[in-house]
Design a protein around this ligand. Structure first.
Ligand SMILES: [Zn+2]
Length: 305
């Protein structure tokens, strides 16, 4: 987020002037920070919305680079849906540069999708951000738990219906249809992972915390020292010893983690490495919300077998 707002802003104003003024007829223009929120917003909004995500699925949403092109997107948005819990703090810089009063914090065109989420790993003491911990308000990776989709889509529905009250029944219908489909898939996922309840898994970054809790899997340490902080040699020695003692067989990574390091740790600790999809579009096998969850469930089940 180290940038020159002034120069970016003038670029945005110039780009904004060139942007097409003809909007898609009657559609709400929604911008989300992440691809997961884009997928869930499309599930609720259907053909009444045009949704664009600021982060691509293959970008780590913790440290997105703020660019003028993102400000141009937000400048034209009716609604901005953020993940909250400080995953996408950079969105505030984008909003500032976009100069769009409709989507500033507290405006009607603003949704924090984390409202009502039972936050895991909330720190009991104040986290010192100067230490670099990127989860100061608790774990922000709740969107990869399909069991929380009712809460998230509920928040999105309220945001859409605030701007287009006449379309509320359509949004509600879309949402119910999506949740029914998800519930059917959920039954299958639960069956698939049932034999592995209690399995201990090491993560590179604590991204699957909600997902593991949902399916009875056990988090057994992280490669990172603290969230977002590269490991010290001492931490890795301890982790490898723990993995041997606890007989951990699996270490999961995100595509943008240091996979080579993960492989060395796994080899020394007696485990294997699997790359999971941390967001919609992170892997080519995970281009829809249901597809992402499905890929992660199948990959875990195959690795734990
Ligand atoms: Zn994180």
């Amino acid at each position: 987020m180290r940038l020159l707002i002034g120069s970016l802003l003038s670029t945005v104003l110039a780009l904004g002037a060139l942007a097409p003024t003809a909007e898609a007829a009657g559609k709400l223009r929604v911008v989300t920070t992440t691809t997961d929120l884009k997928a869930l917003t499309e599930a609720v909004g259907g053909d009444l919305v045009d949704v664009d995500a600021l982060a691509r699925g293959n970008q780590n949403p913790h440290d997105l680079e703020v660019r003028p092109s993102l400000m141009v997107k937000v400048r034209r948005a009716d609604l901005l849906v953020t993940n909250g819990l400080e995953l996408d703090m950079w969105a505030e810089v984008v909003v500032q540069g976009a100069n769009n009063a409709r989507v500033v914090p507290g405006a009607v065109g603003r949704v924090d999708a984390s409202q009502g989420i039972p936050v895991l790993e909330a720190p009991s003491t104040r986290v010192d951000r100067s230490m670099g911990d990127v989860h100061p308000l608790g774990n922000p990776h709740y969107t990869i738990d399909p069991g929380l989709a009712p809460v998230i889509t509920g928040n999105i529905l309220e945001g859409l219906a605030r701007l287009a009250p006449e379309s509320r029944p359509a949004f509600e219908r879309n949402r119910q249809e999506f949740l029914a489909k998800l519930e059917a898939a959920m039954a299958g996922w639960t069956r698939t992972l049932e034999p592995f309840r209690g399995a201990k898994i090491v993560q590179y970054h604590p991204i699957f915390v909600y997902f593991f809790a949902r399916f009875g899997l056990v988090k057994a340490g992280t490669v990172e020292d603290r969230p977002g902080i590269p490991p010290t040699p001492e931490h890795l020695v301890r982790l490898i010893a723990d993995m041997k003692q606890e007989r951990v067989k699996l270490l999961v990574v995100e595509p943008w983690n240091d996979v080579k390091l993960a492989e060395r740790v796994a080899q020394d600790g007696g485990a294997q490495v699997r790359v999971l999809a941390p967001s919609v579009g992170a892997l080519k096998q995970a281009v829809t919300y249901v597809g992402m969850i499905d890929y992660n469930v199948r990959t875990l089940a195959a690795a734990l077998r």
